[in-house]
Ligand binder design. Structure first.
Ligand code: 5RP
Length: 223
């Protein structure tokens, strides 16, 4: 099965899970990326059954609106009952690397605000140690070089992502050559760097449930 079909199957399974829990006033958090896009398509079928969504990027908001699914500002909603998003890597504890699509800051905010965080991914994303995928961090533009030097002190090799401005007007550094043996510790260390807005390491708020598309079906892993 193609990688896209595995992503689609994971999104479908997550959709069925979400649908089974929905109430009329439910706010659903929506992630960013190709796997999240499969989930958005599924959600289109039940647009009338939910209150609406909050989106982690302008791109996802646009796709939702095209399907007539209401999109709200996070500040104007109460509980986000579930957040559904893809990942670039997940370990067995559902600690994630995210931000391949540069939406990591809004993704982390909605994940923090959500009661339940569902990750949807194809099987290539499950790893034993995080860090093969370069870890994205969002930085305030004027702090880019300073943040880069601090990251070098932590043992990483930061690379400026060319032609990328985030929805928040910031830049992305992708950190290569990290073997992330203690994700929570590294997330804490990155959080201390002035000018670094958000790291794509989701260890302090991991996913609660991972729907993993595999060649033998969708596996569900709970944290
Ligand atoms: C965007 C993300 C995505 O969830 C991540 O890059 C996975 O993308 P895809 O579903 O296309 O493989 O973190 O910032």
């Amino acid at each position: 099965m193609s990688q896209d079909n595995l992503k689609k199957a994971a999104a479908r399974q997550a959709f069925e899970y979400v649908e089974s829990l929905l109430e009329n006033d439910s706010i659903v958090g929506i992630g960013t990326g190709s796997t999240a896009n499969f989930f958005i398509k599924e959600l289109g079928a039940i647009a009338q059954k939910i209150e609406g969504t909050v989106a982690s990027s302008e791109e996802s908001a646009k796709r939702l609106k095209e399907l007539n699914i209401p999109v709200f500002d996070l500040n104007s909603v109460g509980e986000v009952f579930v957040y559904v998003d893809g990942a670039d890597e997940s370990n067995e504890y559902l600690q994630l690397i995210k931000g391949g699509g540069a939406a990591l800051t809004r993704e982390k905010i909605i994940a923090a605000a959500a009661t339940e965080f569902l990750c949807i991914a194809d099987e290539s994303k499950l790893v034993s140690i995080l860090g093969t995928f370069p870890l994205p961090v969002e930085v305030i533009p004027m702090a880019r070089s300073y943040v880069g030097r601090q990251i070098v002190k932590l043992g990483g090799d930061p690379v400026f992502r060319e032609n990328c401005v985030t929805d928040n007007g910031n830049h992305i550094l992708d950190i290569f050559n990290l073997e992330i043996l203690d994700p929570r510790k590294l997330e804490n260390e990155l959080n201390q760097i002035t000018g670094l807005v958000t790291s794509g390491l989701f260890a302090k708020r991991p996913a609660d449930r991972l729907f993993l598309g595999t060649a033998t079906g969708v596996k569900t892993i709970e944290s």
